[in-house]
Design a protein around this ligand. Structure first.
Ligand SMILES: C[S@@+](CC[C@H](N)C(=O)[O-])C[C@H]1O[C@@H](n2cnc3c(N)ncnc32)[C@H](O)[C@@H]1O
Length: 272
């Protein structure tokens, strides 16, 4: 599966967010950043996960932050609004970048957030321009993680912090399951937690911290699958039965791997 096509068809998207805001009676009308809370986060763990990452990255008022693979810009807007940082988001998908810009404009955060189309392995950004780099659940799509880490190190100032979450593989994840993740979810490469530690060290980062989040992820995913299924009628009405079934099958397979302890999540911090 091609990663751009995967996100072009993803069920978390701008149209769905705007529809929820209409249903809540917030649109048409003037929106505030609070109106988007939780709607625009495309990772597990929601806003507490962004806060944990911000702590790990040492982000505070005025920090120049880069969000690598920023998606719809939810984490970037939250960091700008709640912590007063100035955030640049980069994403490969042109539709995601355009949506991120529009959503920031809708809630008056267009001056604190900027979104650029680009590849995480070749960031279209100056050297040493950032105090912190963050990323959430995206590098699973990138084969060449050494290139992403080298780019993060290049754009960070000396002593700047990197903090990210990503999927991690556990030993029982079979090759055919990896192949299915690649084919269905564009999950190109999923390292082990020790694999990531070693990659960070080889890329020249120091003060490396790695935390296994697989157990809390299990509970989060169980609840998300239940919620997805509880919204079946509305989703079928919006996307059609075939797309609902395809996504349900995919989701159940993915959650099954996490339940079986084959796949999990990790949070990493390191200093450039
Ligand atoms: C699961 S979403 C996460 C979005 C965002 N980090 C969040 O938590 O809301 C993964 C994002 O990674 C982006 N992506 C995948 N490969 C990329 C690459 N090589 N360079 C930049 N962005 C990429 C996708 O387009 C998608 O928007």
């Amino acid at each position: 599966m091609d990663v751009i096509a995967f996100y072009d068809r993803h069920p978390i998207n701008e149209a769905q967010i705007l529809e929820v805001l209409r249903q809540r009676g917030r649109l048409p009308g003037r929106l505030a950043p609070e109106d988007l809370l939780e709607l625009d986060q495309d990772h597990f763990g929601g806003l507490p996960a962004v806060e944990a990452l911000a702590r790990l990255a040492g982000i505070s008022r005025g920090s120049r932050v880069l969000d690598v693979c920023a998606g719809l810009g939810g984490p970037a807007r939250f960091l700008a609004w709640r912590l007063g940082s100035v955030v640049t988001g980069v994403d490969l998908n042109a539709g995601r970048v355009a949506a991120a810009r529009r959503l920031s404009g809708l809630v008056g955060l267009e001056h604190a957030t900027r979104f650029v189309r680009g590849d995480a392995t070749a960031l279209p950004l100056r050297d040493h321009a950032f105090d912190a780099c963050v990323s959430q659940e995206a590098w699973l799509h990138v084969e060449d993680k050494a290139a992403v880490l080298a780019e993060c190190r290049r754009v960070l100032r000396a002593g700047g912090r990197l903090a990210f979450t990503d999927w991690i593989a556990h030993p029982r994840l079979a090759e055919r399951e990896r192949a299915r993740l690649r084919e269905w979810m564009a999950a190109t490469a999923v390292p082990t937690i020790d694999g990531y530690r070693a990659l960070l060290a080889r890329s020249g980062f120091v003060a490396i911290a790695a935390e296994d989040l697989s157990v809390p992820l299990r509970q989060i995913l169980r609840e998300r699958l239940q919620m997805f299924r509880s919204l079946r009628a509305a989703t079928v009405a919006r996307l059609g039965q075939a797309q609902y079934d395809a996504f349900d099958q995919l989701y159940a397979f993915f959650v099954g791997l996490v339940e079986d302890g084959k796949l999990g999540g990790g949070r990493f911090g390191a200093t450039a």
